[in-house]
Design a protein around this ligand. Structure first.
Ligand code: BES
Ligand code: ZN
Length: 633
């Protein structure tokens, strides 16, 4: 009861505060009063204790008069906070009445300032094992099994578990950082490398990020890391055991950047590097500026999963230059990025391939909406997020509903313009809003302005056809459908029909192996979604497992799709292979649906497997999978 009322009070206070500061409800900070601008950080990575010992100096612009700096924090141990101008210690306290499991605890620092001041504070602190911002891997959890590894994952709101900070995309900041590690480990940062200093047993690496970026894009990693140069702009980093494989897989990345910048505006971040993380990395990719993090599960050996790279590169414009101002507008980051990702594929490969991927996306969106219930605000592009952890409502909706909205807008505009006017609208959008954090009404405003400029009298009609508010505010599966028909599906559909007709032809295997990954995935997805509702027979299922040999992991996406078919049809025929797959990658895109599927057939069996692997799964994955299990009855 007491617990309940504390939670209730926190929520009420949060609601009130949210009315006052308007933009981002996921931060406790008073960024609208005093706004951070720059961070100077010195990190010592203590691998023995799995913590960071940190000294940071945070600089602010005072936008109003005040006597308090409120920062976000969670699971941090503050040792002292100092006013560098006087050398005096500043008084500070944790504001526990606001404390929430989801958002952490506000850190109140008592310091007076006047509007227009540029001030700084110095904080000495340590991270703790309770914090989830960084994952510390024992040598056994790495590819090489000889050296430890650590990496951060700060999107969505985990920066506050690493640094006391204004953990909101509204307070973009530049960063200078020194990271010290024991030799022979190497430390990387999401910024431009400057130099290193050899201190004997340890070595310090220095980096700068001069473009103001949101706190969730701060990223560090350290381990036994080697590099391979792809071009003057692009490098690949990975453990020595896989670095050559990664180099081959990602050798086209410079071209992706080039296409991205010719379609949008110039690439401003200088370098574009990719770091392949150990298998516990919980996402496919993460767009840390100058240093994309990726899962090793995309090292397919045939470049068939490099759309993840195209996606993360695309964030260099949508997300990293122009950033959503709160997690409510997450689709501004992800929907635009999927649009650019598929545009890169369209320009580099062909339009049909891009459309084929759009079909996967659409199926994913429909599935996500059906799973959560089509009345949930999370199935709209304007979810309710107050008091929630943004990770808890993560789904494909902002990605694919956002994408479908933009794709349809493009179709309508270009049809009326007779040329690619939509591209010009996007370019001017990136130019106008770069370095800023904006909400979706800024995009609406910009779009409508550009439509009026070009189409004059006809613009009202076009704006109506686009139906902006419908797309953004209405939950559920969109009533508008895009046409993604393409040449690849016609051929594959023939074989899908054969499958459901019960013709399991041995010789199909020879055809199947020659198909590209996307076509194979399409075939499996059709069988999976099974729109005609035909029973998946044991014989049919064995055909997939044995004849097509899909039980062994040779391409992570295909294997994942195969096991999804198995579990959604309440089968557990290849349980051992499933376990092998669940032990191979800690990527949530695979783990969460597979555990959910297995759990709905045999909860204790599935949970036992999860328990066994939870020591190396990422803390974010562990938390969310636990949550998924709780929802199973
Ligand atoms: N920014 C996301 C990853 C993310 C989202 C991390 C929300 C934390 C919270 C990244 O750009 C992403 O979308 N990755 C996808 C790639 C895919 C859409 C090609 C992934 O991880 O699967
Ligand atoms: Zn993304």
């Amino acid at each position: 009861m007491i617990k309940f009322s504390i939670l209730f009070n926190s929520l009420i206070l949060l609601l009130i505060r949210n009315i006052i500061n308007k933009e981002d409800p996921s931060t406790f900070s008073n960024y609208f009063q005093i706004k951070q601008k720059h961070l100077d950080a010195n990190f010592y990575l203590d691998f023995d204790k799995s913590i960071i010992k940190a000294k940071v100096k945070l600089y602010f612009d005072a936008l109003l008069d005040g006597e308090l700096i409120i920062l976000d924090s969670k699971a941090l141990k503050i040792n002292s906070i100092i006013d560098p101008d006087t050398g005096d210690e500043l008084k500070y306290e944790y504001d526990n009445k606001f404390s929430l499991r989801t958002l952490g605890t506000p850190l109140k620092i008592f310091k007076e300032y006047n509007k227009g001041d540029y001030i700084s504070i110095v904080m000495n602190y340590e991270t703790t094992k309770e914090g989830g911002g960084a994952q510390w891997l024992k040598p056994e959890m790495t590819e090489g099994r000889k050296h430890p590894f650590m990496f951060t994952q700060l999107e969505s709101i985990l920066c506050r578990e690493l640094i006391p900070i204004q953990d909101t995309p509204n307070a973009k900041l530049t960063v200078s950082i020194g990271i010290t590690v024991k030799k022979p480990l190497k430390a990387l940062y999401s910024g431009i490398y400057q130099n290193n200093i050899d201190n004997g047993d340890t070595i310090s690496y220095f980096y700068e990020q001069k473009i103001p970026a949101p706190s969730y894009l701060i990223a560090i990693a350290a381990g036994n890391i080697e590099e391979r140069k792809i071009s003057d702009r692009v490098k690949v980093y990975a453990e020595p055991e896989i670095v050559d494989k990664a180099y081959e897989e990602f050798s086209d990345s410079d071209k992706f950047v080039e296409i991205g910048e010719t379609y949008t505006i110039p690439y401003e971040w200088g370098q574009y590097n990719i770091l392949v993380l150990p298998k516990s990395f919980p996402y496919g990719g993460m767009e840390n500026p100058t240093l994309t993090f990726v899962t090793p599960s995309i090292l397919a050996g045939d470049k068939s999963l490099v759309n993840v790279i195209a996606h993360e590169i695309s964030h260099s414009w949508s997300g990293n230059l122009v950033t959503m101002s709160s997690w409510k507008d997450f689709w501004l980051n992800e929907g635009f990025t999927v649009f650019l990702e598929r545009k890169i594929i369209e320009l580099l490969v062909d339009e049909d391939t891009s459309k084929l991927k759009s079909i996967f996306g659409e199926k994913g969106m429909i599935n996500a909406i059906n799973n959560m219930g089509s009345s949930k605000t999370a199935s709209s592009l304007n979810p309710f997020i107050i008091g929630k952890h943004p990770d808890d409502i993560f789904s494909e909706v902002p990605y694919e509903k956002g994408y479908n909205f933009l794709y349809r807008t493009q179709t309508i505009i270009n049809k009326n313009a007779g040329d690619d006017y939509f591209k010009l609208i996007l370019r001017s959008y990136f130019d106008k809003y770069k370095y800023q954090a904006i909400n979706n009404s800024k995009w609406k405003e910009h779009l409508n302005e550009k439509i009026k400029e070009k189409f004059k009298d006809k613009s009202d009609e076009i704006i109506k056809e686009i139906d902006y508010d419908y797309w953004v505010y209405t939950p559920g599966i969109p009533k508008y459908k895009n046409d993604f028909n393409n040449s690849h599906i016609i051929d594959a559909d023939k074989y899908v029909k054969e499958f459901f007709d019960g013709n399991y032809n041995e010789s199909f295997k020879d055809t199947f192996v020659k198909w590209g990954t996307d076509k194979k995935l399409y075939y499996l997805l059709q069988i999976h979604t099974n729109e005609k509702g035909t029973q998946l027979t044991d014989k049919g299922f064995k055909f997939l497992g044995e004849t097509l040999n899909l039980t062994k992991a040779y391409n992570s996406e295909i294997t994942n799709e195969f096991f999804s078919i198995m579990l959604d049809n309440k089968k557990l025929d290849y349980k051992n292979d499933l376990i092998n797959f669940l032990e191979k990658y800690g990527r949530m895109k695979f783990l969460r649906p597979l555990y959910r599927g297995w759990g709905s057939i045999d909860k204790s069996g599935a949970y036992a497997c999860f328990e066994k692997n939870k020591n190396w799964y990422h803390p974010i994955a562990v938390r969310l999978i636990e949550m998924d299990f709780k929802k199973l009855n």
